[in-house]
Design a protein around this ligand. Structure first.
Ligand code: ADP
Ligand code: ADP
Length: 232
């Protein structure tokens, strides 16, 4: 079932021309897609369009059958830097989306204990059991990034947006987190859009890999990855 759909989408930030151009694609519900391409090709721009942070200049963006008109609340996001708040513990950082985003906020206030349990369970899944009450500066970079992935998932988003989430990590930690992410995805089957410079990462993780050209960013290649083959 198509979940995200782009029809002839272009976006120009200013009069210097299109940042991305003529993008048409559909992402199925539960699919894991990756975008790879050189820096400046429009990967982040694509993310902004998906999540409604920018309207397209021309063309149509739909999520779940509806045009995207503003910031999309059914999405969770993680970035290259973990961006945890230094004055909050790991657990309180993970709970943050529940405290600020309606309609989750109301549910959270009503049933706080349940959501705290859920957040703790997520932290266990990514190997952060015992670190719930530590502060970000007490965690390694990889642990902070694990926490930021939990934060992106705590409100059970249907769409997970990942913008170079592993780029700042050492190779060992990065590959460990690939497996963590795949396990979470296989268990919960949210839709994932990953942008990355790392072709190996894209092929390891995604069902479909879109390759973008230099500015203006166009999709120049699409690879469907065989799910049955061993990865890595
Ligand atoms: P990537 O994420 O692939 O590195 P971006 O989506 O950030 O690429 O950028 C695509 C192009 O749009 C680049 O040429 C960049 O300079 C330009 N761009 C990005 N954000 C803005 C902005 N807010 N205003 C003007 N130009 C921008
Ligand atoms: P948004 O594009 O999300 O509305 P901004 O226009 O403030 O927000 O820009 C988003 C990010 O892109 C900021 O970090 C900004 O510094 C950066 N940016 C702005 N203009 C450019 C540009 N011409 N090229 C690349 N990056 C840019």
């Amino acid at each position: 079932r198509p979940f995200v759909s782009f029809q002839d989408v272009s976006l120009a930030y200013d009069d210097s021309g299109n940042a991305i151009e003529d993008i048409s694609l559909t992402i199925d519900e539960g699919e894991f897609v990756a975008f790879v391409g050189p820096s400046g090709c429009g990967k982040s721009t694509f993310m902004k369009l998906c999540t409604g942070l920018r309207p397209p200049t021309t063309g149509k963006v739909e999520v779940d059958g509806k045009p995207v008109t503003g910031p999309l609340k059914i999405s969770g996001m993680a970035f290259q830097n973990a961006t945890l708040l230094p004055w909050r513990t790991t657990l309180d950082n993970v709970l943050l989306p529940l405290e600020i985003v309606e309609p989750y906020r109301r549910r959270f206030r009503r049933d706080k204990a349940k959501f705290v349990e859920q957040a703790k369970a997520l932290l266990r899944t990514v190997g952060l059991e015992g670190y719930e009450h530590q502060y970000p500066w007490q965690l390694s970079g990889g642990m902070q990034q694990r926490a930021s992935i939990c934060r992106a998932l705590v409100h059970e988003p249907r769409l997970l947006m990942l913008d170079e989430p592993f780029a700042a990590l050492d190779a060992f930690t990065r590959e460990e987190l690939w497996c963590v992410l795949r396990d979470l995805w296989e268990a919960q089957r949210f839709t994932v859009v990953l942008v990355t410079h790392d072709l190996r990462e894209a092929v390891f993780l995604a069902d479909t890999v879109y390759v973008m050209s230099k500015r203006p960013g166009r999709i120049i290649d699409t690879h469907r990855i065989d799910l049955e083959r061993p990865r890595g």
